[in-house]
Design a protein around this ligand. Structure first.
Ligand code: BG6
Length: 476
C-alpha cells in the first residue's frame, strides 16, 4: 500500500553523476516546495567509502551547481541535508545490505508508520543483477508488496534478448506493479502536453491521421561532443542512447490512439499497441553518421575517434536518421522520421508535424502546406504555421506562425523532468513510466539493425562537428 505519510528513498549508486546532479537536486526542489511526505528520509548506498558528513558535503557542493540560485535557501538546505544518510557497501554482499537496512530501520523507527521504500537503481547495468538479488536475499523486498518498489534507469538491456534477461532478473524479486522504468523525457512538460493537446482539444484529432498528415519528424540535436563519456557511448551509439528510448516514447505519444481513461493501465496499453505496430527498421531506412573534428558551441572539438576512451578504429554512430513505418489504419503510408545526433549545431528537440498540400489550390502565389512544430527544448512551445494574405495590393500569400511559448503563456519556469517523475513514483503513480511489453517491442524494432551496426555491416558517413550531420541524411 502507498503510504503518503512516511517515505524512504534509497539511491543505489549514490556517489554517481546521476544521483548527484539530477536526483538529489530534484529531491531538494521537491523538499523546498513541500511536495514530499512529512516523514521523509533519503539514503545513499554505493561502494565509495565516505562518512555521512562527507557525503552531505558532496551533495551540498553538487546542489549549488545544479539548482537555480533562487532556490538556495540556507535553512531549507540544512534541513534537507539532515534527511540524507550514506552507507558504503558492496553491491553483491547480502551482509552489507543487511547492515544497511538495520541503519535504515533505526532512522525510520520514530516515524508514525512504517515508510514505503523506493529503491532507485542509479547504477551501471553490470551490477543490476547483484543489487536486485541482494535486495531480495537480505529480506528487504517482498514480491508483490507495494510498500517497496524500484525505479530502473536506462539502459534496459542493449537488445531484445538482454532486455528480456533483465526483465527476468527483476521478476524474481519484484512484481511488475512494483517496477518503475524511467525515461526522463516522459517527465518533460512539452511531452506530457502531447496527450493534452491531442485529446483535450477538438480540432486536432480529426486531422491526426494519414489523410491529412504527410510526415512526422522527431528531431533531437545536441551541440555537445562525447568527451569523457566515450567508454559508455562507444558500446551504445546514438540509437541505443536516445532513439530507442526518448525519441520512440515521443513517437508513441504522437501516434497512439486515445486511451479509454487517463490512468496508467489505459495509457500504457495504447502506447504499447502503437509501438507494436511499428515495423522493424532495415538498414535501407537508416543513415548513420560519425563526427570528425569541428567547432561545437564555439569550442573546437576533436573527432569522435580521437575522443578519450574511444577506440581509434570505432565505427560507432553518433548520428542517425531513421525512417519508421507504422502499420496500422491511422498511420499506414505516413513516414515517421527519428533523427538524433551528437556534436551538431545546437541543442534542441522538436516534433514536426507536416500536413499535406491543400487539394485543388486556387492561389497563384506560392505557399506551403501547414506545419506544426512542437518545441520540446530548450524553449518549450508550439508553432503552428498557417498561410495568410500579406496586407496590401494583389494576392500574395505568406506562411506565418501562431506561436505559443510555455514560459510566456503560463508565466512560470518549467519544472525539471526528474522532479515530476520522482514524485509520481513516490506517490505510486505509474502513468509516466514504461511497461515491460512496450519495452520489449521497442527493442524488437531496433535489434535487427543494431546487430548489423555492432558487427560493422552498416555504412557510416562522416560530418564535421558543429554541422547538421552527414549530407547523406537527405537521402531518406
Ligand atoms: C540521456 C543520454 O539519456 O539523455 C544523453 O544518455 C543525452 O546522451 C541526455 O545527452 C539528454 O537529456 P536532456 O534531458 O538533456 O535532453
Amino acid at each position: 500500500m502507498i503510504n503518503n505519510e512516511s517515505s524512504s528513498i534509497v539511491i543505489l549508486g549514490a556517489s554517481g553523476n546521476l544521483a548527484l546532479t539530477k536526483l538529489l537536486p530534484s529531491l531538494y526542489i521537491l523538499f523546498t516546495s513541500g511536495a514530499l511526505p512529512h516523514n521523509f528520509v533519503i539514503s545513499g548506498y554505493s561502494r565509495t567509502s565516505m562518512s555521512n558528513s562527507e557525503y552531505r558535503k558532496l551533495v551540498k557542493d553538487n546542489l549549488k551547481n545544479n539548482i537555480d540560485e533562487t532556490l538556495w535557501v540556507e535553512g531549507f538546505l540544512q534541513e534537507f541535508l539532515n534527511t540524507i544518510h550514506y552507507y558504503s557497501g558492496e553491491y553483491n554482499s547480502v551482509e552489507d545490505f543487511i547492515e544497511f537496512h538495520k541503519v535504515l530501520d533505526s532512522i525510520s523507527k520514530n516515524f508514525p508508520s512504517q515508510p514505503n521504500v523506493l529503491y532507485y537503481l542509479s547504477i551501471p547495468p553490470s551490477v543490476f543483477e547483484p543489487v536486485i538479488n541482494s535486495l531480495r536475499e537480505c529480506g528487504a523486498v517482498t514480491k508483490g508488496d507495494l510498500s517497496t518498489s524500484v525505479i530502473v534507469e536506462k539502459p534496459f538491456g542493449y537488445d531484445t534478448e538482454s532486455a528480456q534477461a533483465l526483465g527476468k532478473t527483476l521478476d524474481q524479486t519484484f512484481d511488475e506493479s512494483q517496477v518503475y522504468r524511467i525515461d526522463h523525457y516522459l517527465g518533460k512538460e512539452a511531452i506530457m502536453n502531447l496527450m493534452v493537446m491531442r485529446f483535450a482539444n477538438l480540432i486536432f484529432e480529426p486531422v491526426w491521421n494519414r489523410n491529412y498528415i504527410d510526415s512526422v519528424t522527431v528531431a533531437w540535436e545536441e551541440d555537445k561532443n562525447i568527451g569523457s563519456r566515450g567508454g559508455y557511448f562507444d558500446g551504445a551509439g546514438i540509437i541505443r542512447d536516445v532513439i530507442q528510448n526518448h525519441l520512440l516514447q515521443i513517437l508513441a505519444l504522437v501516434a497512439m490512439e486515445k486511451p479509454s481513461s487517463y490512468d496508467s493501465e489505459s495509457i500504457m496499453s495504447e502506447k504499447n499497441k502503437a509501438v507494436k505496430s511499428i515495423e522493424k527498421i532495415t538498414l535501407e531506412n537508416c543513415i548513420l553518421g560519425q563526427y570528425t573534428h569541428g567547432v561545437c558551441a564555439g569550442k573546437p572539438v576533436v573527432g569522435y575517434i580521437d575522443e578519450e576512451s574511444v577506440p581509434s578504429d570505432s565505427k560507432r554512430e553518433t548520428f542517425a536518421k531513421i525512417k519508421c513505418a507504422i502499420n496500422n489504419y491511422r498511420w499506414s503510408g505516413v513516414p515517421f522520421y527519428l533523427q538524433a545526433g551528437k556534436a551538431l549545431t545546437k541543442s534542441t528537440t522538436e516534433i514536426i508535424i507536416q500536413f499535406k498540400e491543400v487539394p485543388g489550390d486556387i492561389f497563384l502565389s506560392p505557399h506551403h502546406p501547414n506545419k506544426m512544430v512542437i518545441e520540446v527544448q530548450p524553449d518549450a512551445g508550439l508553432k503552428f504555421f498557417i498561410t495568410n494574405k500579406v496586407p496590401g495590393k494583389g494576392m500574395v500569400l505568406k506562411d506565418v506562425a501562431l506561436d505559443f511559448s510555455y514560459v510566456d503563456g503560463f508565466n512560470k519556469t518549467m519544472p525539471g523532468a526528474y522532479e515530476r517523475l520522482l514524485l509520481d513514483a513516490i506517490q505510486g503513480d505509474k502513468t509516466l513510466f514504461i511497461g515491460y511489453e512496450e519495452l520489449i517491442h521497442s527493442w524488437e524494432i531496433f535489434t535487427p539493425i543494431l546487430e548489423k551496426i555492432d558487427s560493422g555491416k552498416a555504412d557510416v558517413f562522416y560530418y564535421h562537428a558543429g554541422t547538421y550531420g552527414p549530407e547523406e541524411a537527405n537521402r531518406i
